[in-house]
Design a protein around this ligand. Structure first.
Ligand code: PMP
Length: 346
């Protein structure tokens, strides 16, 4: 049997998502939180919850969506739950199709999923400030009429938020949906786009619990007008979020104090790490609104592998942003170990 002849051409030419599995003492490659938001929530996993595992989970995640709606000041019918926000990206592209437009460099899954689903993708480079090139976007919107536009703001991997007025211009101009992916919004002092879903019916916002201490639960949320929620809900698999994740997230959302103080700690560590990195000769860090810092060095590959040899794993973005590296902000001791190793290598 020749698998190559059986597989669809768009899948054959696809590269699987590269999540680095190199075991390292210090893991600063995946934009996770160094703090688990779960410590006070273990009681949520009572015997009752565990015994109920013979039943399927609530397909609508009713309580969880209610709590999330309260936290985000929207209605439960404005929210759809995903097994991670990347599942919602998948569902959106499945439901609406392409062309799918996004700036580059950005989160790789917009392109990977478009290709996996056989949809056309259009990539427009960011300007030299890593902001949206509105002229290029306007031209592309006019000539190609994309069904979906993905804007990660703060942007992964560059770390900055895009200018609000440029995002608004794109939302107003586009006849398709504009998805503002706010995976890192809580680390930024810029405004969220969630309140604007009432004003712009083509606006969709994505949020995730992955960056704020619950990556292992796999929980993401789509926030939009109820009509879009209803359509995307048709392609969502019925029991996509398991019962344990629903229960633990509900408990975590009922008491958000720990999460909030962990976010504040990460922000203050980001500021400290940035100040230290600026002082290093040959290192150019870029200001960040997220829980990671994008930086450029002369020889990214050798710095990346040198850090691995010293037990520190960061992300090499060479494919997406030439010579760029991305370090997640960790706990103070992890950031200190990263800085020490980086200085030694330089
Ligand atoms: N959007 C962006 C911009 C991301 O960086 C990530 C994670 N790397 C995701 C979405 C997906 O997050 P999750 O599936 O864990 O919710």
């Amino acid at each position: 049997m020749d698998i190559n002849k059986l597989i669809k051409p768009n899948i054959r030419s696809l590269r699987a998502y590269q999540a680095e599995e190199i075991p390292c003492r210090i893991k600063l490659d995946a934009n996770e939180s160094p703090y688990s938001a779960i410590s006070g929530q273990l009681s949520a996993l009572s015997r009752e919850n565990l015994q109920a595992l013979n039943r399927y989970p609530d397909p609508h995640a009713t309580s969880l969506r209610y709590l999330m709606a309260k936290a985000l000041k929207v209605k439960p019918q404005n929210i759809l739950h995903g097994n991670g926000s990347d599942e919602l990206i998948y569902n959106l592209i499945m439901a609406f199709g392409g062309p799918v437009l996004y700036p580059v460099p950005t989160f790789s899954m917009y392109g990977v999923i478009s290709q996996a689903l056989g949809e056309r993708k259009i990539e427009v480079p960011l300007d030299n400030q890593f902001d949206l090139d509105t002229d290029a976007f306007m031209k592309t919107i006019k000539t190609r009429d994309p069904k979906l536009i993905f804007l990660s703001s703060p942007n992964n991997p560059t770390g900055n938020c895009f200018s609000e007025d440029r995002i608004l211009k794109i939302i107003r101009q586009s006849k398709g949906l504009v998805v503002v992916d706010e995976a890192y919004q809580q680390f930024s002092d810029k405004r969220s786009f969630i309140p604007l879903i009432k004003k712009y019916e083509n606006l969709v916002v994505l949020r995730t619990l992955s960056k704020i201490g619950l990556a292992g639960l796999r929980l993401g949320f789509m926030i939009s007008g109820p009509e879009i929620v209803n359509e995307v809900n048709k392609v969502r698999l019925p029991f996509n979020v398991n019962s344990l994740s629903q229960k633990v997230a509900e408990a975590a959302l009922q008491d958000k104090r720990q999460m909030r103080s962990d976010i504040r700690l990460v922000i203050s560590e980001r500021k400290r790490l940035f100040k230290e990195m600026v002082k290093l000769d040959g290192v150019k860090p870029y200001p960040s609104d997220a829980n990671f810092i994008f930086f450029k060095v002369d020889n990214g590959d050798s710095i990346h592998s040198g850090l691995i040899r010293k037990g520190v794993l960061i992300r090499n973005m060479k494919g997406a942003a030439d010579g760029g590296l991305r370090v997640t902000v960790g706990a103070p001791a992890e950031n200190a170990a990263f800085l020490k190793a980086l200085k030694q290598i330089l």
